[in-house]
Ligand binder design. Structure first.
Ligand code: AMP
Length: 397
């Protein structure tokens, strides 16, 4: 069975064709600048050279058509006919309070995705365009929606509800949803096996530290709590997002600078985090760490604050679960950044965490980085959201 995984952004479309017999990636690619001048498709198939095509893509339907052409192309393609694709799995950001699991797309599902445009204004419209483009290009092939919010829907109410008047939850579904759900679900379940934990009761904290960052607590792979909220702004300090702040900061900046709430929210999303704290050095950890090594005080403070925030959440989530069996690092920073991992773990000696410096010196590999004596296993598990989406899709079709 071959499954196509699609991740649509407003002007981009990432795809992977996965052979579910061995979970191998047959082809991977990206359409950029959809709806903008200078659209481009980059496609790479197993055992074949990279293929690039610069052709106008006014919309996602045209982009999908070019992806299909690339997949069946005799030179750089991997299938003879699109009928070899058994199903398409779509990453979809938001399902509001309606779905807590992946689902085969029908008209009702599309309506829910549309009804949630308010909750995911950047992603849900693009996700729906991707689904409709696949329906048009491959009539009869099932499409499955895999929601980023599904994992967080498992949170109990004490973790998911904000302490605001209940009428706002009832009228507008304002609650904590959590994001990166596909990654947290995949990595937490992988950790149960990799760390030899009880599959129903293993207590796992997953630190998904990428450009966006979030952390989750789960027992037996089921979400207990996760750090992002109604939107991906809540929680950890991120590349450009502030994470948790006192909401009164927004009012204060609005009043002092004559800005609107939307303008300040834009600053909290795009100009804050380690980019803002470092005085504008960069949102990329490698740049900020370079500045830190050169003696830049703000860069040093940004990195220390980032580490401190993650460590505080680990403490909170250990309390939430009354213990922790494994702490897992994943995503760009979590998989690659040894000083960040070491810095976070330096706060965890009270849990009996001991890091093996040699093991922690590896990058991007699935491995245990704690010593055999460590009371809590600490490991790196590279995330694989595409494979997680493909597995969910296979299970449903
Ligand atoms: P992601 O969003 O998961 O793709 O992660 C992207 C972030 O990972 C980048 O902004 C970098 O800050 C960080 N990153 C990627 N590779 C490395 C590396 N080798 N060392 C440190 N940080 C890295």
């Amino acid at each position: 069975m071959k499954i196509l995984v699609i991740n649509c952004g407003s002007s981009s479309l990432k795809y992977q064709l996965i052979d579910m017999e061995n979970e191998g990636v047959l082809a991977i690619g990206l359409c950029e600048r959809i709806g903008i001048n200078g659209s481009k498709l980059t496609h790479k198939a197993e055992g074949k050279g990279k293929f690039e095509l610069e052709e106008e893509m006014p919309n996602h339907t045209v982009a999908i058509k070019l992806v299909m052409d690339a997949l069946v192309n005799p030179e750089h393609g991997v299938i003879k006919d699109t009928s070899e694709i058994s199903a398409v799995g779509h990453r979809v950001l938001h399902a509001g309070t309606i779905y807590s699991d992946s689902i085969v797309v029908n008209e009702d599902v599309k309506k829910v995705i549309r009804d949630c445009f308010d909750l995911g204004p950047l992603h849900n419209p693009a996700n729906l365009m991707g689904i409709e483009a696949c329906e048009a290009a491959m009539p009869g092939t099932p499409n499955v929606a895999v929601f980023d919010t599904a994992f967080g829907m498992g949170m109990p109410e004490k973790a998911s509800l904000y302490a605001i008047p209940m009428e706002y939850y009832e009228k507008y579904s304002i609650r904590r949803y959590g994001f990166h759900g596909t990654s947290h679900s995949f990595v937490s379940k992988e950790a149960l096996g990799f760390c030899d934990l009880d599959s129903n009761n293993g207590k796992v904290i997953v630190c998904h530290l990428g450009n966006g960052a979030s952390i989750s607590a789960s027992i037996g792979g089921k979400c207990v709590d996760t750090s992002m909220g109604l939107t991906p702004l809540e929680g950890l300090i991120m590349g450009t997002r502030s994470g948790d702040i006192d909401p009164a900061v927004i009012q204060f900046i609005c009043n002092k600078e004559g800005k609107t709430v939307n303008e300040v929210l834009d600053i909290l999303n795009k100009k804050s985090g380690i980019l803002g704290m470092s005085g504008g050095v960069s949102s990329d950890f490698r740049d900020v760490q370079k500045a830190q090594a050169e003696g830049n005080h703000l860069a040093d403070t940004a990195i220390n604050a980032y580490i401190y925030r993650v460590a505080k959440y680990i403490g909170a989530y250990t309390a939430a679960m009354n213990g922790v069996d494994a702490i897992v690092f994943t995503a760009g920073v979590g998989e690659n950044d040894k000083p960040i991992r070491a810095g976070i773990c330096s706060y965890l000696s009270y849990l009996g965490v001991e890091i093996d410096a040699e093991a922690n010196s590896h990058r991007g590999e699935r491995m245990i980085i704690s010593t055999p004596d460590s009371k809590v296993k600490v490991c790196v598990i590279p995330t694989n959201e595409e494979l997680a989406i493909a597995r969910e899709t296979k299970a449903l079709v």
